[in-house]
Design a protein around this ligand. Structure first.
Ligand SMILES: [Zn+2]
Length: 75
């Protein structure tokens, strides 16, 4: 099951850990399926089993991957 819901209030609070220090509106994330994509640095954080994995090392893995080329679920 990859279709678990994530609490929208949680998603609203989340920020990219690599960018959040730059300011209160930095590191905002857009959700694309099972991914959260940072608007500032394009790091992509996977959502695994309904839990966003907010680790910079994870975000780095698909940083250069276009949103449409992301796998449905992170490996
Ligand atoms: Zn970022």
């Amino acid at each position: 099951m990859n279709d678990k819901t994530v609490d929208p209030r949680l998603l609203e609070m989340l920020r990219c850990p690599a960018c959040v220090r730059s300011g209160p509106q930095a590191g905002l994330l857009d959700r694309h399926g099972n991914w959260l994509v940072c608007r500032d640095c394009s790091r992509k954080y996977p959502i695994r089993d309904g839990i966003p994995v907010m680790l910079i090392e994870e975000g780095d893995k698909y940083k250069a991957t276009a949103i449409q080329d992301l796998p449905a679920t992170a490996q």
